[in-house]
Design a protein around this ligand. Structure first.
Ligand code: MG
Length: 353
C-alpha cells in the first residue's frame, strides 16, 4: 500500500487506506503547514481557524438520483454534517456547480429544489457560489461542491461543561477525533450501510427484494439535541469507508483502542442479505445520515435515550467502548471470537458521494 503509483485510480477516492495515503503523501505534503487551530494535518471532518469552522466537500455520486436522495441533498448534507460533528452550528454555505453539457434543465431544477429543501431542514442558506459547464464526458450529469462555515454555540460550551464535571482535565475546545479517552462509550445513531447499498442498487439496476433507501440527511439539528444533554467528546459521520474507517480514524488519532460488539451494531436485514450476496462488508459501506459518537460513560445512556426519541436515531445503539489496553479496533464477533477491524483499503462501492 505504501508503494507509490503513477496514476490516480478509483481507489484513491474510496475513503479507505489508499485514499488516506494519497492525502498524507501529496495533499499534506504540498498544502499543509498552516497555523490553524484545527489544521489540515488534523484530517478531521472540518478545520477551525480564528473561531470559524470551515469545510469544503465535492460530490460526484453516480447516478445523480438514487433511492432516498439525489446529489443536491447529498452535497448540502455532507458539508452541514462535517461542520456539525465538530460541535459547530452551520452559518452559511457556498455552492460550486459543474454541469455537464446535455444535462436536462428539468434535472437541474430537481436538484436545486432538493438543495433548497435540504437547506430548509438544516436552517442554513447558500449565500454564494459559481456555475461552470464542461463538455459531455464522464461526470454523469453534474458535480457539486458545497463549502460552508460554522461557529461555536452555547450548546457546545454546555457540552464541555458537562464533560468537565466528570473529567476536570478535559481541555479540548471542539469535538475532535483525537478526544477519546479510556472508558468512553461509542454510540452509532442508526443502521449502517443503507446509503451505499441504495446507490449501488441504482448503479447496477439491482433490486434486493425490498427497496433499500439512502439515509442522506442533515444532522445538525440532531447534534444540537445531543449537545444539550452534554458529554460528547468525539463524533464523526461514517461516510466513505463506513463505520470501520470512522472507528479506525478515531482510534488512531486518539491513540486508544476501541472494542466493538458486533451483535450491537444495527444493520437492516435487507442490507445484511444484500451484502452477503455481493460479498461486501456492511461495516465498510458509506453512510450519509448517521453519527458515530464518543461519549463519557456517565452520559451514554442519556444520549442514547435522546437519540432513540428521534426518527433518525430510533435504531441507535451503544456499540462499544474505548480502552487503553490496545491501540486498534477489535470486534467481539457474534460467534464469540475477537477479530481486528482493520481500516478498509477503500469503500467497496465506487462514487457513492
Ligand atoms: Mg465526515
Amino acid at each position: 500500500m505504501n508503494e507509490k503509483q503513477n496514476y490516480i485510480t478509483m481507489l484513491h477516492g474510496a475513503g479507505g487506506a489508499v485514499m488516506n495515503q494519497l492525502v498524507k503523501d501529496y495533499i499534506l505534503e504540498f498544502l499543509g503547514g498552516s497555523k490553524a487551530e484545527v489544521p489540515l494535518e488534523a484530517l478531521d471532518d472540518a478545520a477551525v481557524i480564528d473561531g470559524i469552522v470551515l469545510k469544503s466537500d465535492s460530490h460526484a455520486v453516480k447516478p445523480i438520483f438514487f433511492p432516498g436522495g439525489d446529489i443536491g441533498r447529498l452535497a448540502v448534507s455532507g458539508t452541514v454534517n462535517d461542520i456539525a460533528v465538530l460541535g459547530a452550528k452551520p452559518i452559511a454555505l457556498a455552492c460550486g456547480l459543474i454541469l455537464e453539457e446535455g444535462l436536462p434543465i428539468a434535472d437541474l431544477e430537481r436538484i436545486l429544489r432538493s438543495m433548497k429543501e435540504t437547506c430548509g431542514e438544516a436552517e442554513v442558506h447558500i449565500i454564494t457560489g459559481d456555475t461552470k459547464v464542461v463538455e459531455k464526458g464522464s461526470l454523469g450529469g453534474c458535480v457539486i461542491n458545497v463549502s460552508g462555515i460554522g461557529l461555536r454555540s452555547e450548546k457546545l460550551d454546555h457540552n464541555f461543561e458537562v464533560i468537565r464535571k466528570f473529567r476536570p482535565d478535559f481541555k479540548a475546545k471542539w469535538i475532535l477525533d483525537s478526544n477519546l479517552h479510556s472508558g468512553d462509550k461509542i454510540i452509532v445513531s442508526g443502521t449502517i450501510g443503507d446509503h451505499g447499498l441504495a446507490v449501488l442498487s441504482a448503479q447496477e439496476g439491482l433490486s434486493f427484494g425490498s427497496q433499500i433507501k439512502s439515509d442522506v440527511k442533515p444532522l445538525n439539528k440532531l447534534v444540537e439535541k445531543l449537545l444539550e444533554v452534554g458529554g460528547i467528546v468525539a463524533m464523526k459521520d461514517p461516510t466513505r469507508g463506513g463505520l470501520s474507517n470512522a472507528l479506525n480514524e478515531l482510534s488512531e488519532k486518539s491513540k486508544v483502542g476501541i472494542l466493538v460488539y458486533e451483535e450491537k451494531v444495527p444493520v437492516r436485514n435487507d442490507v445484511k442479505a444484500a451484502c452477503e450476496m455481493l460479498g461486501i462488508d456492511p461495516f465498510e459501506v458509506g453512510n450519509e445520515g448517521k453519527l458515530v459518537i464518543g461519549v463519557i460513560p456517565e452520559k451514554a445512556e442519556e444520549v442514547l435515550e435522546i437519540l432513540r426519541q428521534t426518527e433518525e436515531g430510533k435504531d441507535a445503539e451503544i456499540i462499544g467502548e474505548v480502552t487503553k489496553e490496545f491501540e486498534l479496533v477489535a470486534m467481539q464477533t457474534v460467534v464469540g471470537g475477537k477479530r481486528i477491524l482493520t481500516p478498509p483499503v477503500g469503500d467497496p462501492i465506487p462514487r457513492i458521494c
